[in-house]
Write a protein that binds this ligand. Sequence first.
Ligand code: CP
Ligand code: NVA
Length: 304
Amino acid sequence: MKLKTKDLLTLAELTPKEFVGLIDESIKLKKELKKGGNKSVLKNKTLTMIFQKPSTRTRVSFEVGMYHLGGHAVNLSSNDMQLSRGESVEDTAKTLSRYTDCIMARVYEHDLLEKLAKHASVPVINGLSDTFHPCQILADFMTIKEKKKKLKGLKIAWIGDGNNVCNSMIYGAALSGVNISIATPKGFEPDKTVIKEAKKTTNIELITDPFVATKNADVVVTDTFSSIHNLDKKRLQKFLPKYQVNDKLMKSTEKDAIFLHCLPAKREQEVTSSVIDGSQSVVWDEAENRLHTQKALLAALICA
Ligand code: CP
Ligand code: NVA
């Protein structure tokens, strides 16, 4: 499938049809892989991966994804690049565009990705920034579609910190007609511009009571309380015990509600082990689906 956008930095670049199309394509690629292997649609294509921050899932799923599609990935820690010694983002983008067919970067400041995308002639993918994590949300909505067989009309309850993953989840909800109820402590709400944009197409509830959020929810999601902050005692006290996803909170949902977490999890903080290892948790499918959704995304962007 083809996408109108050159880059994927937030999810807002996609149309609803493209978002749902990528998810359906990912489900096909997963079946194809399990039947014996994917077609080499990215033969001789290369991806450069830049990491300013640590990663397990993003790093491995992108590299393995390129390999499964017949391509190759080059992994760079930003500390090993001239970027860390003052070379400009513009010059880096132009240079990498001469060697490679796509750039994926995990960065602190979202602006850096925008600069990379502006100056690179090849597609740029956000592998997480302080503001967004679009690739995670493709995998999350694929997992929801697999488990619930549909997207439109479902209800997601987001519990905890209104962080980068939450911002992207709001865009995902808006693109697929999913309702989202977000329970955060006051002052920890997601990005105001994202909410304003998404409210045009979906129902978003911003509240402080996790039990109101989980009422009639089909999906419960949380994430670490510490994405871009040190989790000192003062910050932790804002979240605990009220915003922990535990058995009591899960029992307040619909019986067949599923639990998602992008991982890595801080067990017994934002989620208890009983939930993450429990029967409603689909976190390992969710982690696996990073592989399938990113393959669909890479193929769509690089082959366009
Ligand atoms: N969920 C996610 O992006 O995991 P990593 O930080 O391990 O890449
Ligand atoms: N919100 C987390 C996600 C990690 C994949 C973070 O930014 O660290």
